[in-house]
Design a protein. Structure first.
Length: 255
């Protein structure tokens, strides 16, 4: 980690906003760099001074009274029979949706969007200098064993160089507050991060492409694993990558 990279992350370290892996990297850099250690100590002292200072201002009660007096006063209306019936109907509709599982689907979609946002953030972090790869190799038989012992299930690592997608290595990353594997490929100068996480579901989920912050992400599920392939490649080329990866993975299983 360089000084420029560390200085960007010092505030996040102070506020406990870094994941465990990046926090260890910054702390290790601080321990070996007097300049960054001094900057970190100065920021920590400033944080302590601001925390101890009485900076809160309490507005006088007269100001609150004047503001409330200037606001339009709501008019109370007695509930009519029609409004009561409408409320019962709305409650029944919500209950019916919940019983049918629609509400649960909405919640799952929200959760998927949150995880997609974390995947995009992990992809962006990886593009910083020195963050892309923990194990550098174009040999799948070197990359896959590297994950053993670091994760409960090592991600599948497939060499797709002949198909136009070069395997360059792998690393550990953090998504949804847990460690997952990231297998890294390149297509020309474009980086493809393939994030792989274990899941309790063994059902097949067909690939689906979404776009966030200018990146295309194609996600799918297979054999107890969730996959997210993310890149600034066009959607068609990313879909081609996923199709070739799936085909090769299926051939390996059947073989």
């Amino acid at each position: 980690m360089t000084c420029d990279e560390a200085k960007i992350l010092l505030h996040a370290l102070l506020d406990n906003e870094l994941d465990a892996g990046h926090a260890r990297e910054v702390e290790a850099h601080i321990a070996s760099c007097p300049a960054c250690a001094a900057e970190f100590a100065a920021q920590r002292d400033m944080q302590r001074v601001l925390a101890d200072a009485d900076l809160r201002y309490t507005a006088p009660a007269s100001l609150r009274a004047r503001i409330e007096a200037s606001l339009p006063q709501p008019q109370r209306q007695r509930p009519t029979r029609r409004s009561v019936l409408r409320g019962f109907a709305m409650g029944s509709a919500v209950s019916a949706l919940a019983a049918s599982g629609v509400v649960a689907v909405v919640l799952r979609q929200d959760d998927q969007q949150r995880i997609l946002s974390e995947v995009v953030s992990a992809h962006l972090r990886s593009l910083q200098a020195g963050h892309l790869i923990d194990v550098v190799s174009t040999d799948q038989h070197t990359v896959k064993p590297w994950f053993n012992g670091k994760l409960d299930v090592a991600p599948p690592v497939i060499d797709l160089t002949a198909q136009g997608f070069t395997l360059v290595g792998g690393r550990l990353d953090y998504v949804d507050a847990r460690a997952i594997g990231a297998v890294v490929y390149k297509r020309r100068q474009h980086v493809i991060n393939l994030f792989v996480a274990q899941t309790a579901s063994t059902e097949h989920r067909p690939p689906k492409t979404q776009t966030m912050q200018g990146f295309n992400c194609r996600r799918w599920g297979e054999r107890g694993l969730n996959f997210w392939a993310i890149s600034d490649l066009g959607a068609d080329e990313l879909a081609e990558f996923v199709d070739k990866f799936e085909a090769a993975m299926k051939a390996n299983v059947e073989g």
